[in-house]
Design a protein around this ligand. Structure first.
Ligand SMILES: CC(C)(COP(=O)(O)OP(=O)(O)OC[C@H]1O[C@@H](n2cnc3c(N)ncnc32)[C@H](O)[C@@H]1OP(=O)(O)O)[C@@H](O)C(=O)NCCC(=O)NCCS
Length: 176
């Protein structure tokens, strides 16, 4: 019962916040949105690694090349939320990566959508913008015939994905 009340309070609160934010639309990004995609990804890295001194200009050149190449090849789709005045306040992307064929999937499924670069400007967090982008990315991936997706989640991102039904997998890693 207490949990239900808490949930109802939280959802009322988020409706009020949404009202204050005004109309926000979600749309697919184009190459013209490159600057904001790069900016949000740079912000993401500097937030997650505040102590690191990365060479962001060298990185930005490479990232732009990556986005351009894969957007043109239809293997990179970005989504953004935009305010009425045109300001882009949250972004996220799907990259269709290659995966080795699996016996349990049809042989043509050797690609998998990978969700990346989820970022919401700090003052707009908690309005459900990332949730809208993830839903859009999932819908898009499903419409392309994919039956699963993957991602690498940050601490902040986890609740967003979990709420939408994403599960933790068995991935491991090591620094070499
Ligand atoms: C993770 C991130 C994209 C979420 O963006 P967002 O637009 O705030 O996400 P949503 O509003 O859809 O959902 C946020 C959830 O976290 C909860 N939350 C907890 N603390 C919060 C806070 N201080 N501010 C906002 N939301 C908070 C919200 O309650 C919400 O859950 P709810 O819908 O059940 O209420 C954003 O925090 C971010 O850009 N973080 C830095 C970069 C990062 O970690 N990216 C993810 C990489 S995997």
């Amino acid at each position: 019962m207490r949990k239900k009340q808490q949930y109802q309070r939280a959802s009322r609160h988020s409706k009020i916040m949404r009202k204050k934010l005004g109309r926000v639309m979600v749309r697919k990004a184009t190459l013209r949105d490159m600057d904001v995609l790069v900016d949000h990804r740079r912000r993401l890295f500097s937030e997650l690694h505040p102590e690191a001194k990365f060479d962001y200009s060298a990185w930005a050149r490479e990232y732009k090349r990556f986005v351009r190449k894969h957007m043109r090849g239809k293997r990179f789709v970005a989504f953004l939320t935009q305010r009425k005045d045109g300001a882009v306040i949250a972004t996220g992307a799907v990259w269709i990566k290659d995966v080795p064929p699996r016996p349990m999937a049809p042989p043509v499924w050797i690609k998998e959508p990978y969700l990346l670069s989820m970022y919401t400007l700090p003052e707009y967090r908690g309005y459900g913008l990332a949730t809208r982008i993830v839903k859009e990315a999932m819908k898009w991936s499903k419409s392309k015939g994919f039956s699963r997706m993957s991602l690498h989640a940050s601490e902040m991102g986890r609740p967003v994905y979990k709420k939408l039904g994403w599960e933790r997998g068995w991935e491991m890693r090591i620094r070499l």
